[in-house]
Design a protein around this ligand. Structure first.
Ligand SMILES: [Zn+2]
Length: 498
């Protein structure tokens, strides 16, 4: 016979297991069941060749020099006009601030709120010295072995030309939208979008345009990247992190190296302590918010233990959090990150400097404001540096995190269904975009901004992004065209308010 204590323990364990399984059972799949869609016939080889031509133009943008490569951007504009004749015959095209493009396709229903598709024309440079590591020269635009190769094939000329391919096909078929469709293509996304997207957004705002739906580059259809989920996972960015660089200046009595002050009181020692404190005490990680919504959506799609654990965050939350904090990618999705970026102090070995400074870069989670970050830094630094000996300054270029787009809307519904129509094996979940996009500039004119690139990627592909051997598969490119083709039609017919 079991001892009384053992029996009681077993009973408790059984009860706990039952509770955990209730957590699993009550969380059914949130995926839309959509009937399979007959894949649209796309001439993928011809489309790939057109994308290759666009990749050949070296539209590298520069933060300092607005005119850098202006001729390459102009050549891209001319190329697009030649490649997409119906788009250029039937849509209005405006150049905004010289190099950014805005296309307007008027809808038949003037009362229906418009939609806005975004992409960018510019690319990041190829890191000097890595040119010979490319399997195809970085601006070749070569179509080889089933891929379109070159800088920009994926980021972001793939999205840009896929949208134009879709619109061209719709126009050729004689289809016209009910709601107006805007296409906006910035020329300086990679350096912040202030000369492009920011001005296009301002222009649309002045014209009273309030899009009911905005889509921009973003998260991807990830294969084998999200642990525990066997299906490809289409993550839709519903928010974008903010950005702040804070300068911390610490002052102390300057002196001579021959007679250093008491331990820990020099400017460099104080700054070092402050930086260690800041790194040891980041802003809190949270499992609610966007990351929580992602796990709630994905938990029912997982198998075995992962599913059990993620369906019972009330119990396993702290454990899951610790696990996710251990990897930089998932850590960045949970919190405002702290990165020690620049340190400056001293210039001579026999002089103790009176001043030491550092720049710390923060990427703000949607729940933290710039004020919260500054307050956090002040509190943490004050633990080790007397208040009168340090000063903080937020450097220009800081911005709050974007608003979080809702997922209980017809907009998100149409987007999720369209993803599952074109990528039938994928599950869809909201996610947080940790990098910047042009869409952040459109927050003043729309609440419904989604950051999603209809492109499949495995973990091995992610290093190609801004890296070496950037490429896009021809088959994947055809799917991207199918996605935009379907999305534009589905959005046009949907009932949506701005
Ligand atoms: Zn991009």
């Amino acid at each position: 016979m079991l001892k009384k204590g053992t029996a009681a323990l077993l009973l408790v364990l059984l009860a706990l297991l039952a509770v955990l399984y209730v957590g699993v059972w009550t969380r059914g799949s949130r995926q839309h069941a959509v009937p399979p869609l007959q894949p649209l016939a796309v001439n993928a080889d011809a489309a790939a060749a057109r994308l290759g031509q666009a990749v050949r133009l070296q539209t590298v943008s520069s933060a300092e020099d607005a005119d850098l490569n202006a001729d390459e951007f102009q050549r891209l504009h001319a190329l697009l006009a030649q490649q997409f004749p119906q788009v250029h015959a039937q849509l209005e095209r405006e150049a905004v601030n010289g190099l950014s493009l805005l296309y307007t396709w008027p809808g038949s229903d003037p009362d229906a709120a418009p939609i806005l598709l975004l992409a960018h024309q510019d690319v990041v440079p190829v890191a000097p010295g890595t040119e010979s590591d490319w399997e195809q020269p970085p601006y070749s635009g070569a179509v080889r072995d089933g891929y379109i190769w070159g800088r920009g094939a994926w980021d972001d000329k793939g999205n840009l030309l896929a949208q134009l391919e879709a619109v061209e096909m719709l126009l050729v078929a004689g289809w016209q939208p009910e709601r107006s469709v805007y296409l906006a293509y910035g020329a300086d996304e990679e350096v912040g979008g202030l000369r492009g997207a920011a001005l296009v957004a301002e222009l649309l705002g002045q014209r009273g345009v309030r899009p009911a739906f905005v889509i921009d580059e973003g998260l991807l259809v990830l294969q084998g990247v999200v642990p525990g989920v066997r299906s490809p996972t289409a993550l839709v960015g519903v928010a974008e992190k903010g950005y702040a660089s804070v300068r911390l200046v610490v002052r102390a009595q300057p002196g001579h190296s021959s007679m250093p002050p008491p331990v820990g009181s020099s400017a460099i020692a104080l700054l070092s302590r402050a930086l260690t404190q800041l790194e040891d005490h980041p802003m809190p990680a949270r499992l609610d918010g966007v990351a929580g919504a992602m796990f709630e959506t994905l938990a029912p799609e997982m198998q075995g233990l992962s599913r059990l654990v993620l369906s019972n965050l009330w119990l396993f939350g702290p454990l899951v959090k610790r696990q996710l904090e251990a990897s930089p990618g998932t850590n960045a999705a949970l919190r405002t990150t702290t990165a020690l970026a620049v340190v400056q102090a001293g210039n001579k070995d026999n002089v103790l400097p009176g001043r030491a400074q550092a720049i710390i870069n923060f990427r703000l989670a949607p729940d933290d404001s710039l004020d919260d970050v500054l307050e956090h830094v002040r509190t943490v630094v004050a633990r080790v540096v007397p208040a009168e000996q340090f000063a903080l300054e937020v450097l220009p270029g800081a911005r709050e995190a974007s608003a979080v787009a809702r997922t209980d809307t017809p907009q998100f519904d149409v987007l999720s269904r369209t993803i599952r129509e074109v990528f039938p094996d994928a599950v869809v979940a909201p996610g947080l975009m940790v990098a910047g996009t042009d869409s952040v500039h459109y927050g003043a004119i729309s609440k419904h901004i989604y950051k999603f690139s209809p492109i499949r990627a495995s973990s091995g592909d992610l290093a190609r992004f801004h890296g070496t051997n950037e490429r896009l598969s021809v088959a994947g490119y055809a799917d991207a065209i199918r996605f935009y083709h379907r999305l534009i039609q589905q959005l046009s017919a949907a009932k949506m308010a701005p």
